[in-house]
Design a protein around this ligand. Sequence first.
Ligand code: SF4
Length: 233
Amino acid sequence: MDWPGKLTTLVFFQGCNLRCPWCQNVSLIDPRRGKEVDTEEVLRHVGAHKPIVDSIVLTGGEPLLQPSACLEISKEAKKVGLICAIETNGTASQALGSLLPYLDLVAIDVKAPLDDYHLYEEITGFTGLPKLEQKVRESLKLAIHSKVDVEARTTIIPGLNDDAETIARIAEGVQGVDCLRLQQFRNQRTLDPNFQKLPSPSREKLLKLARVAKQKGIKNVKIFTVEGGLETV
Ligand code: SF4
């Protein structure tokens, strides 16, 4: 995760409840993989780097599938003076609600318009999870009404959400966030190999879509591409 100006320790949680066919964190999806580690060990590791790092980011996979570990780590991080963020797919809204008091930044995936269950299902791999987009909506609402900074993130995927109309609808659904970040789909390694045949959208394309989001009233829009890194539009 890019947290501008911060030196961060990333804590990766194994396992995800979604199966986005374009996912690039393929090795983190299966909960049976990875290695079981005590939160105490994680905290020892984080503490050891404290003089250098000033922040901690919970990421995955989906960290909120292990809510008590997230809580324990973020509470302790606060105690030792670290600031704390989470990257989440937004489907575990209840767990997010309990964690918010210990966070400084929440980055929530908004993969498709939040009123479009069918596209949300398609883009997340037809997991059969009910009311997926409603859970994400709930997560956003909780985060926006808390004191944390909220970043909505949309990966731009060719043929699924890379048109102006879809981005306009996404922007309409995330009003109130501190930032919307559009990030570039990369085709090197994907859960569904068919996605490796698709081109990564260009920086120019992302700039164009970012302007659409700005026209919809999102003041702070960023794009993240291999060509240009993180840029404010
Ligand atoms: S891209 Fe989708 S499948 Fe991959 S880790 Fe994120 S939410 Fe899970």
